[in-house]
Structure formats: C-alpha cells, structure tokens
Design a protein around this ligand. Structure first.
Ligand code: GLV
Length: 304
C-alpha cells in the first residue's frame, strides 16, 4: 500500500438527506482519508482501493480497477453479491453493528407483542368503533420461531426469551418441520442466499399452526408472495408483518397495501446508524491497513 492512502469511494443510493447525514459521519470517523463519490472531480478512479457501499446499483464499482476492499454499510449483502461485475475474489465486509441488532430486536419485539396481545386487532376495532376485549394470554404460552440465528436472529431470540416467550431458533441445515409446527409467530431474519430465496412458500406456511402470523424483517425474496396471499386469504395465516418486499418501494396498488391482515413497514426494521456504523467502518479499515484479518468478511460461497 502507498504511504498516502488513495481516496475512498462511496457508492450508494443515498438521497440528499441521507448523504447529509453520512458524509460528515464518515469524514469524522476517517479524518485522514479523502472520501469521493463517482463523478466527483479531481480524483483518478485508479487510485481507489477501498469502497464503502450501501446497496449500490449493479456495476457501480466497475469504475475502480484497483479495488482491494469493499465495506458494506448494509447488513445484508445479497444485492451486492448478485452484481455480476463484482470480481469473485474481492473481499467484502458486511455491516455488523450492535446498534443495528438492537434496532432489529425492537422491531421484532414490537411485532411479536402486537400479535400476541392482539393490538393489531384493537387498531382495526377502533377504526370500526368496536369495543371488544380479546382473551389475554401469557407470554410463556406463546411459541415464537426465529428463522436465522446470526447477529440479528440471535439478538432477537435472546430478547424474546427475556420477555418470557418460548423461542425456537432455526439455522439452515437443521430440521425446519418441528419449528414450523410449533410456531404461532414466525419471525424471518435469514440472509438472502440461493438457499433461502423463496423458502417461505405454500409448503412452509402450511406447516404452521392455523391462524399463525409471519413477521418478515429480512428480505422480500424469502417469501413467495402469491403463496403468502393465498394463506392469508384462506385463514391459514392470521396476519403478516412485512418490512421487506420483492420490489421496494412496494408498488402502488399491490395487495399488501390494503390487505386487512397485512401490516406494511417501509423497510425500516433496522436502519444503519450513521454514527456507530462510521466508527465500525473506521475500525475495520484501520485493521485491514495493519494487515489484520477482516472480521465479518462475507463468505462468497455461503452468500452472506
Ligand atoms: C438492510 O436491510 C440491511 O441489510 O442493512
């Protein structure tokens, strides 16, 4: 590596507001570095060795022929890995941030509490002017399945147990049937890989207890939408909380928007926190520059 580090390229789809938040956070965490965006004048793309990316458009990194490291600001790197222009041996580090795991756990806890205690039903009843208490059940009578036991799934499982829920966590490779058969609430926190794409289909939904709920906080492509809608329509599934979709923003007119048994969130379950994430990026880059092994490097074969 040269004595003077080359500029670090930022490749993102940030809107103006996000850019105004991220640029200063990264600049403060990386005071010795120059941060550039594609199209910025006065930098030679051939001097860029590091790119910091947030769900960049496919091909965005092609302009940097000497890239040696990609640091993602997103936890999920499925879009990045689907980019055919990305060299197969280019190391990618995904974002692992306790602040993000905590945010994900908050969303999962909110969804599970809502579904368990029927607060979604009371919201509907209020719109209809209906005063109708539901039976109140104890948390330790409610079985929650958590698909994925990584950074986020693990944290969600721990916090659900702290609230008293019975939690069964599932990792790929383990039998799924017993988890499905017992879960009245199923929370998806899997990475999206060729193995997990379309995993939540009619065959999986059919194995849940009748009237169960799905909470998808991972990726839209884990779910076969037509199968989910069919399960909701025939009552096999009682409710779905969906933060992620095949196409985002969710297109106007999509049935999820108005389905009475669907809660739609605009991909906000766990947004990256600019300040804590910028510090993590700086630590990772400093370790890499010292020649240390990268932590949370993406395993390209596993897909996350
Ligand atoms: C958001 O979905 C992320 O992967 O960080």
């Amino acid at each position: 590596m040269s004595a003077t580090p080359g500029p670090i390229a930022l490749a993102c789809r940030f809107d103006a507001q996000e850019w105004a938040e991220w640029r200063p956070a990264l600049a403060a965490a990386l005071p010795g570095d120059t941060l550039v965006r594609a199209g910025d004048p006065d930098h030679d793309p051939a001097t860029v060795e590091i790119a910091i990316v947030a769900n960049p458009p496919a091909g965005a990194l092609q302009r940097y022929p000497r890239l040696r490291l990609v640091q993602s600001l997103w936890a999920g790197v499925d879009k990045l890995l689907a980019d055919p222009t990305l060299p197969a041996d280019l190391p990618i580090v995904r974002m692992v941030d306790p602040a993000m795991n905590a945010a994900m756990a908050e969303t999962a806890l909110w969804a599970v509490l809502m579904l368990h205690r029927g607060f979604h039903v009371y919201a509907r009843q209020q719109r209809e002017g209906v005063w109708q208490p539901q039976a109140q059940r104890r948390a330790d009578a409610v079985q929650v399945g958590v698909l994925g036991q990584g950074q986020m799934g693990g944290e969600v499982s721990r916090r659900l147990r702290m609230l008293g829920y019975r939690v069964s966590g599932w990792r790929r490779g383990e039998p799924l049937g017993p988890v499905l058969a017992s879960s009245e609430i199923l929370v998806n926190l899997l990475p999206l890989t060729p193995h997990t794409r379309g995993l939540i289909d009619a065959a999986v939904l059919r194995q849940l207890p009748r009237g169960a709920a799905l909470v998808n906080l991972a990726r839209g492509a884990h779910v076969v939408d037509a199968d989910l809608l069919a399960a909701l329509d025939d009552g096999q599934l009682g409710h779905a909380v969906l933060d992620v979709f095949h196409q985002e923003p969710l297109p106007a007119g999509h049935r999820f928007w108005t389905h009475p048994a669907v809660t739609v969130l605009p991909h906000v379950a766990a947004q990256t926190d600019a300040h804590s994430a910028a510090r993590i990026v700086a630590q990772n880059l400093a370790a890499w520059r010292r020649g240390e092994a990268l932590v949370h490097q993406v395993d390209r074969r596993a897909g996350y």
